[in-house]
Ligand binder design. Structure first.
Ligand SMILES: [Ca+2]
Ligand SMILES: [Ca+2]
Ligand SMILES: [Ca+2]
Length: 396
């Protein structure tokens, strides 16, 4: 963790509170002053709890706090009144992930809901500031979401390997089948969310669409490329043995797919199926940001594309999953992906460090292992020192 937050430490005044730590180890009273006790009041704003129990308090919610500067994590469960007492934590900005899955028996009592995988989550409040002397409870509203994303981004490796100069063609993205059924990747779209700091363009608040100038599609005509329950697949920039160019990198000859850009001098491994380029306005290969970017997986009508100002429009309702990453993941004001798809951001990885971003495993009360997807990458993802292509270390 320390390296992950090194960038944040250099950039924020929190550095000075970090220095206080060293002093305060010899000066206990000062240290005590910086620890805070606050109450979170978890309130359902969707009307679901009201409908079920006649009040808006959310009981049994799993509340996860992660300190921005210190990296420490705390997990609590709300009581019958929807309260969580957070005690003895250091003052800081905390990323917040709250999830209260609805029990199937609760869903049964709600005629508007058609499936079983619903959760109340804190979409509108991805973080809280905890300061000493706060006496008023912090009220955190929850929304109802359908947790149905059948296929999720499980890992993004974009930084490039160490010790190989400016080499970064070993990048890959990894997907995971969260369901109990065989699914098909055929025709699914992978797109990069467009924004331009230089042109002052950012479509984060667009009410309908993601704007993209980098859109690729899985091959196949419907049932050619299955992904089995619990399977991890990778799409590599080039399906070659990268260890020839970068000793710290990987042999991607066994990749599931590769991005082959037909209008460029790109490499095509005939053994590995190619991702199909729909549109990419620049670059000699599939190109994503090494330190910051946002990607979505979508199922959309690629025969009738909608365009605006030279970019493809992707309806939000077609998005299956989306992830944003930033060089400083606490700077959420730099986001470009709508918070309804990803309320937070992972990242904090510098170029050529060989590190990747990987979704965490969550274990349900009945012991089922899934990848955490609360639509908040600040808490759903963690950082790997070594990428894990086609597997997850916590997923036997
Ligand atoms: Ca390629
Ligand atoms: Ca190929
Ligand atoms: Ca992996």
């Amino acid at each position: 963790m320390p390296a992950l937050f090194a960038a944040a430490l250099l950039l924020t005044p929190a550095l000075w509170s970090g220095c206080d730590d060293v002093v305060s180890q010899r000066d206990k009273p000062a240290s005590k002053e910086r620890e805070s006790t606050i109450t979170l009041q978890i309130v359902d704003e969707s009307g679901t709890m009201e409908q079920l129990y006649g009040h808006s308090a959310v009981d049994s919610a799993r509340v996860q706090l992660r300190s921005n500067v210190h990296g420490s994590e705390h997990v609590y469960y709300s009581d019958a009144q929807g309260r969580v007492e957070v005690s003895g934590v250091l003052s800081d900005l905390y990323f917040l992930s709250i999830s209260r899955p609805l029990h199937p028996s609760e869903v049964d009592q709600l005629p508007d809901l058609t499936d079983v995988n619903y959760s109340l989550i804190n979409r509108a409040t991805p973080s809280v500031q905890i300061r000493p002397g706060q006496t008023e409870p912090i009220v955190v509203p929850l929304d109802l979401i359908f947790e149905g994303a059948p296929i999720v981004f499980s890992e993004i490796y974009a930084s490039g390997p160490p010790g190989a100069g400016l080499y970064f063609f070993d990048r890959y993205i990894e997907f995971f089948n969260q369901t109990d059924s065989t699914l098909y990747l055929d025709g699914l779209v992978v797109a990069r969310v467009y924004a331009s700091v230089y042109l002052g363009l950012n479509f984060i608040d667009d009410p309908e669409f993601i704007h993209s100038s980098n859109v690729w599609m899985f091959p196949g005509s419907g049932t050619d490329y299955p992904i089995e329950p619990g399977q991890f697949i990778i799409c590599a920039v080039d399906a070659i043995d990268h260890r020839i160019n970068a000793p710290e990198s990987f042999d991607h000859r066994g990749a599931d797919f590769e991005f082959y850009k037909p209008d460029a001098p790109d490499i095509d491994n005939p053994e590995v199926p190619n991702m199909i380029m729909i549109y990419q306005d620049s670059g000699i290969d599939w190109l994503i940001g090494g330190q910051a970017d946002a990607l979505v997986l979508a199922r959309m009508d690629t025969d009738n594309l909608q365009w605006r100002d030279g970019r493809i429009l992707i309806p939000y309702e077609d998005v299956i999953d989306g992830v944003e990453y930033l060089l400083n993941p606490s700077e959420l004001d730099r986001k470009k992906l709508n918070p309804n798809i990803d309320a937070g951001a992972t990242g904090g990885i510098n170029f050529y460090t060989g590190r990747s971003m990987e979704r965490r495993v969550s274990i349900s009360p009945d012991g089922v292992r899934r990848l955490q997807n609360t639509n908040n990458s600040s808490v759903d993802f963690r950082i790997n020192d070594r990428p894990t292509p086609q597997y997850h270390p916590d997923f036997p």
